[in-house]
Design a protein. Structure first.
Length: 100
């Protein structure tokens, strides 16, 4: 309410009274907000896909940081990325997400 202007509040109250009167005549108008069909749910598969995507991006980012740090130093020897891979990083992240 701004400057004692109750017009918006009166309009909202009138709208609610109108919906109550309409619901008395036709019960199909009533919506159940607690009904699970009206809720947006994210299933486990899509949540795990998002988790895998985040873990994979972090895995790639860490490999890139290691490569950027080590490639300029190693001039004579060839850089082997396999030695720097943490093979359990994605697995541990998914196991932790599922277990908690």
């Amino acid at each position: 309410v701004e400057n004692f202007n109750f017009k918006m509040k009166a309009t909202y109250t009138a709208l609610m009274v109108r919906r109550v009167i309409q619901a008395q005549g036709d019960t199909k108008i009533i919506d159940d907000r607690d009904y699970y069909g009206n809720k947006r749910l994210e299933l486990a598969g899509s949540l795990l896909a998002l988790m895998f995507e985040d873990l994979f991006k972090r895995f790639n980012w860490e490999l890139k940081m290691i490569a950027d740090k080590n490639i300029p130093k190693i001039k004579a020897a060839q850089f082997d990325i396999v030695k720097h891979m943490r093979q359990d990083q994605i697995t541990n992240g998914l196991v932790h997400a599922i277990s908690t």
